[in-house]
Design a protein around this ligand. Structure first.
Ligand code: FE2
Length: 260
């Protein structure tokens, strides 16, 4: 599997606090079947309007990336690592020209909305990015507090050229019942393009259990498309293949309680 949303870089955001936690992050993702990682520390899009601050933050990211690469080279030679950011859309038109702001230097950029809520005019912000020549991948739409009321927005975003990344933990209920329901709904409508961990280098990691639950729900094909085929296509700068709608949906509660 290829995971392109996680927080493994040491001491740059709310992910790994130091290189030891970065190691934990690598070990966890590897133990759950991930072999390719694009790591994505948080970055505010508004920084791109303030070049001096952006330069300072990117310098800090470069240093953290150097440490992470050295760790991977010495202890995780079987894992390919690349870098990107999870860019917060706190301004409507961030400048994504610097390849470090995109996923592995491709045309694809991982974006999220601030305050865990979808702002007004979100589709316009998505269109601004596509008009600049980049491809937005919207992180965990199922997690936004006002998302259930705005469910049609997912189609608007997709029509505007965005793709959709669901968190594996959402399907297991890590973020509550609302995100869980919406995550399954996104899969049932074929509206999700990618599945990633959003792992913060400590605590539970949902990748392996999510694979079991999704495959158990009849989603073998979908799981492969969401975690292998489409992320690899992204790395090759190619659009995702359409993921067929999941027919069965969320397993019943008694099945979810089983120790997978
Ligand atoms: Fe994240």
């Amino acid at each position: 599997m290829l995971d392109f949303h996680n927080h493994l870089m040491p001491a740059v955001d709310d992910g790994a606090v130091d290189i030891d936690e970065s190691r934990v992050g690598f070990e966890m993702l590897r133990s759950q079947g991930v072999r390719e990682i694009i790591t994505t520390p948080h970055l505010r899009g508004s920084l791109t309007d303030r070049p001096r601050e952006l330069k300072g933050f990117l310098t800090a990211l470069d240093e953290a990336w150097g440490l992470l690469e050295a760790l991977a080279d010495s202890e995780f030679p079987d894992i390919r690592i690349e870098r990107g950011v999870e860019l917060m859309l706190d301004i409507p038109r961030p400048n994504l020209d610097d390849p470090r702001l995109r996923l592995a230097g491709t045309s694809y950029a991982l974006v999220e909305f601030p305050f865990m809520a979808v702002p007004p005019h979100s589709t316009l912000a998505i269109r601004n990015i596509t008009e600049s020549g980049w491809v937005p991948v919207i992180a965990h739409p199922e997690r936004y507090a006002n998302m259930p009321e705005n469910y049609d927005l997912v189609n608007d975003w997709r029509d505007a050229g965005a793709f959709i990344q669901v968190n594996s933990g959402s399907l297991l209920g890590y973020y509550g019942a609302g995100p869980r329901r919406l995550a399954w709904a996104l899969l049932q409508t074929g509206s999700a393009d990618y599945l990633s961990s959003d792992y913060h280098s400590r605590g539970k990691c949902a990748v392996a259990q999510c694979a079991d639950v999704l495959k158990g729900a009849g989603g073998v094909v979908q799981h492969r498309a969401l975690t292998v085929t489409n992320p690899r296509r992204l790395l090759a700068n190619q659009s995702p293949i359409p993921v067929p709608p999941l027919e069965s949906g969320e397993p019943p509660l008694w099945k979810r309680m089983l120790p997978w």
